[in-house]
Design a protein around this ligand. Structure first.
Ligand code: 5GP
Ligand code: ZN
Length: 131
């Protein structure tokens, strides 16, 4: 059972922002910020890491285009496009999706902060990530 598949099949109601043959965009029920939207492929796949390239392209192209539209329509100052891939990365629904999170100011309800772990040997890191 997948809650997003049920939404795609209209078994569970949602606020549809955009729909075509391949993707569905809906308002996130939690609205972290005003206009918070989720873009997902209609075909079930766990995350962007398992999806085929055309699915990734469709979802992220849609997210970018809708992100621009939502930014304009909400008067947001910026937008985070965010895909949590895996539980450790904060993914709670096991159906690929990209968050569109309009950003209004530094005190809105989302914090994305980078706290570097410390100096790393970039040559060693490069060997690992490109192996
Ligand atoms: P994740 O944590 O997997 O990146 O994000 C899942 C998102 O799905 C959450 O922001 C959560 O609010 C949203 N969500 C979970 N269940 C529902 C639902 O039934 N309807 C809608 N519209 N959003 C949902
Ligand atoms: Zn699903």
């Amino acid at each position: 059972m997948c809650i997003f598949c049920d939404i795609i099949d209209h078994k569970i109601p949602s606020s549809i922002v955009y729909e075509d043959d391949d993707v569905l965009a809906i308002l996130d029920i939690s609205q972290v910020t005003y206009g918070h939207t989720l873009v997902m492929p209609k075909k079930h796949v766990s995350s962007a890491l398992e999806a085929d390239p055309s699915t990734v392209a469709k979802v992220f192209t849609c997210a970018a285009q809708l992100g621009a539209k939502i930014k304009k329509n909400t008067g947001a100052a910026g937008v985070n496009l965010l895909a949590n891939c895996g539980e450790a990365a904060g993914q709670s629904v096991d159906h690929m999706h990209c968050h569109i999170i309009p950003r209004f100011n530094e005190s809105d309800a989302i914090r994305i902060e980078f706290h570097p772990e410390g100096e790393k040997d970039l040559n060693e890191v490069l060997q690992t990530v490109t192996a």
